[in-house]
Design a protein around this ligand. Structure first.
Ligand code: SF4
Ligand code: SF4
Length: 165
């Protein structure tokens, strides 16, 4: 629950798609403390206390984008250079549906060429969303950092580098 105008309500999507190091909980596995909400809410790890998805943070983002409704959780990486549409591996292409895909393409169009990119991730699979479609980035190593390079001929290449120490 948040002190902001929005609250998570019945959504627990991040409790599945995110890893929680303090609990040794891997990404993509529903947390063992999740049962119609957090059963250890008062003592939940710091990572859980401090996390808010983009939907929760953005007062302008409509209710229909709440992650349990879209099956997509929008997240930003630490340097803000990547908007990441995190999906459940049980539903890995949820990011490609209706208003969510339109929103991701709109973001890609607005930020293309600035160093900011929109991505979708389901487990280790990743895609980069471009103004005109998407590029399959294949399987990423945990923590790998993704960027795009556009050649003079307009050809776009996805570049990944290992997690930073
Ligand atoms: S995914 Fe967002 S809305 Fe859903 S529980 Fe997590 S922070 Fe709340
Ligand atoms: S500890 Fe609670 S808030 Fe954190 S992932 Fe588990 S159920 Fe979710």
């Amino acid at each position: 629950m948040s002190a902001r105008a929005k609250s998570c309500g019945p959504c627990t999507f991040c409790c599945k798609v995110l890893a929680v190091e303090e609990l040794a909980k891997p990404a993509g596995t529903l947390c063992g403390h999740c049962a119609a909400g957090c059963t250890i809410y008062e003592t939940r790890p710091l990572a859980c206390r401090s996390f808010e998805c983009v939907w929760l943070m953005d007062p302008e983002m409509p209710h229909r984008f709440r992650p349990d409704l879209t099956r997509v959780m929008l997240d930003q990486d630490h340097d803000g250079a990547r908007l990441i549409a995190r999906c459940d591996t049980a539903n890995p292409m949820a990011w490609r549906r209706g208003p969510m895909f339109a929103a991701l393409k709109a973001y890609a169009t607005e930020h293309w060429g600035t160093g900011r990119i929109a991505m979708a991730v389901a487990g280790r699979r990743a895609w980069v969303i471009t103004p005109t479609g998407e590029i399959d980035a294949g399987e990423l190593e945990p923590g790998a950092v993704v960027s795009v390079v556009e050649g003079p001929d307009g050809k776009v290449e996805v570049v990944t580098r290992p997690a930073q120490a």
